[in-house]
Design a binder for this molecule. Structure first.
Ligand code: FHN
Length: 455
């Protein structure tokens, strides 16, 4: 073991109530919203095929010109309560909001910069409105904070001179002040989600990342901090130089999910974040983004994938520049929510079904009840039939579809420990079955005909 001053603080996952809640939530809504939402990936008529929030860099827009967009940020259509309602309809249990993205514009009136909503055309504490609205609807709120800041004159990508070191030292003081300000203004938030921490300048300041985590946790006991904040004494990120996770959960899965066979990932808490179009987090109005939009079946599959490996799924939404929710995203949110209202039992508070191998046609999940396993069937084969290979010593006692769509299932014992589900009579959507399992008492494993079978 290498001696570290700023490495991991825990050798195993946190088990306190706040962390249990994080784990049970499983499905969160990510919100990317800022000045870039008004431009929506388009500058002077040109559609930039790149993440909308990167427009100032991609279109090489001078900083002062970009900053003037705050004068147009009047967000007439913004209604925090409506946003919160849609999150509830989608079935999300928590929300992560970009308090400040790389552009540096703050959604709260910060006393440490002039570049904030209080000075923009809107002139209100938009973040405060969102925190209150989401909490009022029972959702946990997390704040996204980009350490990378394109607007601040003291930001440095790397430290090449004493002057750089001084400037960046001032920047780190500024960022810590802002973070403490956020924790004091919104003490009910459950966690901080960090980003923009990959540059050499931040990696050279592992001590600062360690201090930030400490200070925020002193201000808000039980606070949850993503691994992306942290660097250790030697600049190792997420995991310290001894391979131990820093922060409270692994937040490195971005627009990708772990291999479904990967059991190692279940040894810690983790969360994957995902865009609806291929690669834009901020609202993008271009054809490129529209062409790559995922459908609700794909997103539900990803959610189930994460849950089956004990992870959370944070699905991003990019509201438009006037504050209204993008129509396509409303539809997706409702479709996911409608699926969750029938099948959420297999998702919330569930995780890895130990001893059940990845089946290929979907996923297994399980909660604390050892007698129930959920089969989430997202890829129904052309034959309409799937096989359940039961772990040794277990028998199937019941197979109950969670939604009416699965009512036509026909269950058939093929041989000891192998059961076939014929789904050709079911409606073609992601089907979920609650499998009642128990120790095998005899060779006959399917005891009662399923009352729901339509044959
Ligand atoms: O550059 C950002 C990007 O805009 C977005 O915020 C994502 C969300 O995970 N994080 C960064 C890329 O890793």
């Amino acid at each position: 073991m290498i001696e570290l001053k700023y490495g991991a603080e825990m050798a195993s996952p946190r088990q306190d109530q706040a962390m249990q809640k994080f784990r049970e939530n499983r499905f969160g809504q990510f919100i990317h919203w800022g000045l870039y939402s008004m431009q929506a990936g388009i500058w002077q008529g040109k559609d930039y095929e790149f993440a909308a929030e990167f427009l100032p860099k991609i279109a090489q827009i001078p900083e002062a010109q970009w900053a003037r967009l705050a004068e147009q940020f009047s967000i007439e259509a913004f209604d925090a309560a409506e946003w919160a309602s849609l999150a509830v309809e989608a079935g999300a249990k928590y929300i992560t909001i970009t308090a400040k993205h790389h552009e540096g514009f703050c959604l709260w009136p910060s006393e440490f910069t002039d570049f904030h909503v209080g000075n923009a055309a809107v002139g209100r504490d938009v973040l405060g409105e969102l925190v209150r609205a989401y909490e009022h609807r029972g959702l946990d709120v997390y704040l996204y904070y980009s350490v990378l800041d394109w607007h601040h004159p003291d930001w440095r990508y790397r430290l090449e001179s004493t002057e750089d070191e001084h400037a960046f030292g001032r920047y780190l003081d500024f960022a810590l002040n802002q973070l403490c300000e956020l924790a004091k203004r919104y003490p009910s938030v459950k966690g901080f989600w960090f980003d923009g921490t990959w540059d050499e300048s931040v990696k050279a300041n592992g001590a600062w990342t360690w201090r930030v985590e400490r200070q925020l946790k002193e201000l808000i006991p039980g606070l949850i901090v993503s691994s992306r904040l942290r660097a250790d004494d030697f600049g190792a990120r997420h995991r310290d130089s001894n391979g131990l996770l820093m922060g409270d959960y692994e937040s490195g899965y971005e627009r990708r999910l772990p291999d479904p066979w990967d059991r190692a990932v279940t040894e810690q808490d983790w969360e994957a974040c995902m865009t609806i179009p291929q690669a834009s987090w901020g609202h993008h109005a271009g054809v490129w983004a529209e062409r790559t939009v995922k459908n609700s079946a794909e997103l539900i599959d990803m959610l189930a994938h994460c849950v089956s490996l004990g992870g959370n799924f944070l699905l991003n939404f990019g509201p438009t520049g006037d504050g209204s929710l993008a129509p396509g995203e409303r539809v997706l949110a409702r479709e996911i929510g409608s699926w969750l209202s029938a099948n959420g039992e297999a998702i919330f508070g569930k995780g890895l079904a130990r001893n059940w191998a990845y089946p290929g046609w979907g996923y297994f999940s399980q909660g604390a009840d050892p007698a129930t396993v959920y089969a989430i069937v997202s890829k129904i084969p052309v034959s309409g039939r799937i096989r359940l290979n039961l772990p040794a010593g277990l028998a199937l006692r019941s197979c109950t579809p969670l939604s009416a769509a699965g009512a036509g299932v026909v269950v058939q014992e093929l041989e000891k420990s192998i059961v076939q589900l014929d789904l050709s009579g079911c409606r073609p959507e992601t089907l979920v079955f609650a499998l009642g399992v128990a120790a095998a008492a005899s060779d006959r494993i399917w005891t009662e005909p399923n009352p729901d079978v339509v044959n």
